[in-house]
Write a protein that binds this ligand. Structure first.
Ligand code: IDC
Length: 339
């Protein structure tokens, strides 16, 4: 009887030990998951990738790994300044964006004003706090030749490269879309060389994105004689319903020739920024960009009644967006960000 009781007590003791060990194990596992979870959440895009650079045909991160920038461009910040705020950018980061582009129209007839430097600074500030990359875009458009307002461009990039030259999350886009009677050799190349020289006075490392002829479509032309400079990528823009295989072929040619490219603007509607969506052509673009590891930033962050706008026209919010606030083009594009 005594023996039995002793065996029983021993068994109970062992059981308690096992129970205790299981508890400890569970606690440690839960703790590990918790810390992994918070750590993963704490790692912002810039914490993960660090200083970007151009290596050969690609944009790579601090460890030399090819990366795809993905994100959204503001509309002209003169017209939709209300979307340049931290909560707005944060909601897109949550959906998978790592990049914000700030579109600063350069033509005085299209919103240019030195007063808007302040808005760019706010935007860079929010993106930086959120650990996102930010493209400072000198948005030439109606002023087709980048030389038209070259003096203003030099002042603009002097100001921002002086201010942000030591940060690692900045990209400079020096001429959104050259168009009209403009050639690479005669107009864009000399303009680019001047602006790059100015930026490099203050910023030795960050990537400079250079526009290409015909609304940043002729990457094949540029690939024949790119600039002789470091950390340069070239702009490629497409609107999938208008720009189909004939532009995708230009991209293939340029890529095979070794040209580093970045899509700083695109949508899946037509080139007017409006019209029907072409998801079929859009899908071909996404597949091509993934295959080549070319980054892409979508047009545009506004609730304007046009197909390329991301926010539904009836949505009055200016931040804290969810997918329910997005237009069909917005929803479709966001769906590719985490792929
Ligand atoms: C469009 C906007 C539209 C605005 C127009 C003129 O979507 O609301 O009225 O500019 O400023 C581009 C340009 C980009 C255009 C966009 C769509 O870089 O500024 O935005 N687009 O037309 N290139 C090809 C298409």
């Amino acid at each position: 009887m005594f023996l039995k009781r002793e065996v029983y007590a021993k068994a109970m003791q062992n059981l308690k030990k096992i129970h205790f060990s299981i508890c400890i194990c569970l606690f440690l596992t839960a703790g590990a998951f918790f810390f992994a979870g918070t750590r993963a959440e704490a790692a912002t895009p810039v914490e993960k990738w660090g200083q970007l650079q151009v290596q050969g045909t690609h944009i790579v991160n601090k460890s030399g790994k090819k990366v795809q920038l993905k994100g959204i461009s503001t509309h002209g910040i003169a017209w939709f300044p209300q979307y340049v705020n931290k909560s707005s950018f944060k909601s897109f980061r949550k959906m998978g964006a790592n990049t914000i582009r700030l579109a600063f129209y350069s033509d005085p007839n299209a919103g240019y004003s030195k007063d808007l430097y302040q808005k760019v600074e706010e935007g860079v500030g929010y993106a930086t706090e959120l650990g996102m990359y930010v493209i400072i875009d000198w948005h030439i458009l109606s002023d087709g030749n980048p030389k038209t307002y070259q003096k203003n461009a030099l002042a603009f990039f002097t100001h921002f490269s002086k201010k942000y030259g030591k940060q690692k999350n900045i990209l400079y886009e020096i001429c959104n879309e050259p168009n009209g009677d403009v050639t690479w050799e005669r107009d864009i190349r000399p303009y680019a060389n001047k602006v790059i020289k100015r930026i490099r006075k203050y910023d030795k490392k960050n990537i400079i994105v250079v526009g290409t002829p015909t609304w940043s479509q002729d990457v094949d032309v540029v690939a024949q004689s790119p600039l002789n400079q470091k950390n340069i990528a070239y702009t490629l823009h497409f609107y999938a319903a208008t720009h189909t295989d004939f532009i995708r072929d230009k991209v293939k040619t340029a890529y095979e020739a070794g040209l580093p490219m970045l899509v700083t603007e695109f949508s899946i509607c037509d080139a007017s920024g409006n019209g029907a969506l072409d998801k079929n052509s859009g899908k071909k673009w996404m597949q091509l960009l993934k295959k080549y590891q070319i980054g892409y930033v979508a047009w545009n962050l506004s609730n304007k009644a046009e197909a390329s706008a991301f926010i539904k026209p009836e949505c009055a919010k200016t931040g804290n967006f969810t997918k329910a606030n997005l237009t069909p083009s917005g929803k479709w594009i966001v769906g590719w960000w985490k792929k």
